[in-house]
Design a protein around this ligand. Structure first.
Ligand code: FMN
Length: 263
């Protein structure tokens, strides 16, 4: 295959972007990271490699950091990334990616952020979501032209001070993320349907006598909280009320399909 896009997605934004991009790129396949990241050996033979994933705490999700660090990319010679994010702030994800690729004697040729609806702590109003989706279609068009033409496109504009401070913030998140699931719980609306157990991309939830128990290998993707049909999953004292979000075109089954079912 000429191009492989590796993706990770908790609430569908990155999956939607990855799918649309795959359809626009020459000879492109889409591979879910959650299905393969724990394999003993990982290697790609594609000419071009892309990574599509959400921004977490100003930088890379831990699963993305671990996956890209592990995969053998010796045979590839063009690298791109599309980071979906729920806010408008600067961040350090592309710098981190550049660093990992540099350590493998490779270069990040093109990197992009796409603003998508927020999925945790707050939600964007429907009117804004509509604008965001319309804009994302235009962005995909622009990005796919750049990638199909093997162009370089990387504007990384962060002061050294911010880069260091954001990186520190993100790597602190990596250190604590697995156990941060201790703060999840279900309220009285839980019907023990098991959607959370099935949907978790890293198989981190087990129903014990019908009650979801988080197993402390969480990536904090927020799939469980946002796809719970009863809106019963809560996180710490975050006031979620009825606010939940997942991409309207990405179903429970789409999220389940990205993961490994054996464990
Ligand atoms: C744990 C967590 C941390 C996040 N941190 C940020 C952030 O620092 N900046 C930001 O703009 N969005 C942040 N977001 C929002 C997501 O990056 C955004 O909604 C993304 O498009 C979700 O992608 P997905 O639907 O593919 O999971 C965060 C979301 C989660 C769940």
């Amino acid at each position: 295959m000429k191009t492989t896009i590796y993706y990770f997605s908790g609430t569908g934004n990155s999956l939607k972007i990855a799918r649309d991009l795959t359809n626009k790129l020459d000879e492109c396949e889409l591979v879910p990271i959650a299905k393969i990241w724990q394999m003993e050996s990982l290697a790609s033979t594609s000419e071009k490699i892309g990574f599509v994933f959400p921004l977490y705490f100003l930088g890379l999700p831990k699963i993305i950091f671990d996956f890209i660090t592990k995969i053998d990319i010796d045979k590839s010679n063009y690298f791109f990334a599309v980071v979906t994010k729920g806010g408008d702030f600067d961040c350090v994800a592309l710098h981190q990616l550049e660093e990992i690729l540099k350590s493998k004697s490779k270069t990040l040729n093109a990197g992009f952020f796409i603003r998508m609806p927020a999925n945790f702590y707050h939600n964007d109003p429907q009117t804004l979501q509509k604008q965001i989706f319309e804009n994302s279609i235009r962005e995909i068009e622009r990005i796919s032209t750049i990638i199909n033409n093997n162009q370089k496109h990387l504007k990384i504009e962060l002061s050294e001070r911010n880069r260091k401070s954001f990186e520190k913030h993100n790597y602190k998140f990596h250190k604590t993320v697995y156990k941060s699931d201790e703060l999840f719980y279900v309220d009285e609306n839980c019907t023990q349907c098991g959607t959370c157990e099935k949907i978790c991309p890293v198989n981190n939830i087990k129903l014990v006598e019908g009650v979801p128990q988080w197993q402390h290998k969480c990536q904090r993707c927020a799939a469980c909280i946002n796809y719970c049909p009863e809106k019963s999953i809560q996180y710490s004292d975050v006031k979620l009320k009825n606010q939940r979000y997942h991409h309207p075109e990405i179903t429970v089954q789409d999220i389940i399909s990205q993961k490994s079912i054996k464990e």
